[in-house]
Design a protein around this ligand. Structure first.
Ligand code: PEP
Length: 250
């Protein structure tokens, strides 16, 4: 049985003061009856603050990216070991904003996923199609190739430690959400691909949905058979919205 994971992606937002309020409100407001695991992915400078505030709570924290290199002369980069030092258990890799604005290829994203699992971090591997690709009937081809790069590089044992996030690019930060059935179809396709690599992977790997998930659409999305949680951007910055989504988890 797969656990539900509700993950917040703060993107490049926050300050010590704002984060403190948000984190303490999340911890204080965690719905007692939700069975979901909860994760916040903060900007790197605030990971130590997450460690301070969340250490005694059930909320995990993670990063939004990591370097493909282990250490050394890579100015501005943050290594997997540094994220572990800050207590991270997860790291997002291949978010569409990294793919689009930093030209991250499927191969680089796969290498980052490998770097993460080798270090003991769980990579949340993001895949998703643009509107043009969806309208051109290319959704499965695009997300399939994005996931394939990871499946080809990691061993089955390593793949047991990944999380996949299906995030249609046209739904991120736009207020447009995939319908539950559209999301379910993409998730089922990705799950099939995992199962084709290893049957047990198909059954066990969590696949999150991301793209304008909000309190008012979370129940329907999270009710779909192959949706195992959410990767939440905008709504993760408001404790009431984030907590309502945690509360909507099956
Ligand atoms: C995201 O950034 O991963 C995301 C899904 O953002 P939003 O929820 O704002 O669409």
């Amino acid at each position: 049985m797969r656990r539900t994971l509700i993950a917040g992606n703060w993107k490049m937002n926050g300050s010590f003061a704002a984060n403190h309020s948000l984190l303490t409100e999340i911890v204080a407001g965690l719905p007692a009856l939700s069975s979901a695991d909860v994760l916040v992915c903060a900007p790197a400078p605030y990971l130590a603050q997450c460690a301070d505030v969340l250490a005694a709570s059930p909320v995990a924290w993670g990063a939004q990216d990591l370097s493909v290199h282990a250490q050394g002369a890579y100015t501005g980069e943050v290594s997997a070991a540094m994220l572990l030092d800050c207590g991270c258990r997860y790291v997002i890799v291949g978010h569409s904003e990294r793919r689009a604005y930093h030209a991250e290829s499927d191969q680089l994203v796969a290498q980052k996923a490998l770097r993460a699992v080798e270090a003991g971090l769980k990579p949340v591997v993001c895949v998703g199609e643009t509107l043009e690709q969806r309208e051109g009937g290319l959704t499965n081809q695009v997300v399939g190739a994005q996931l394939d790069a990871v499946l080809a590089l990691l061993t089955v044992e390593q793949l047991r430690n990944i999380v996949v996030a299906y995030e249609p690019v046209w739904a991120i930060g736009t207020g447009k959400t995939a319908t539950p059935q559209m999301a379910q179809d993409a998730h089922a396709f990705l799950r099939q691909q995992l199962a084709a690599t290893d049957l047990e992977l198909g059954a066990s790997v969590q696949i999150l949905y991301g793209g304008s998930m909000k309190p008012d659409n979370a129940v329907e999305l999270l009710a779909m058979a192959d949706i195992d949680g959410g990767l939440i951007g905008g709504a993760a910055l408001k404790s009431a919205d984030f907590l309502a989504i945690v509360g909507a988890a099956k």
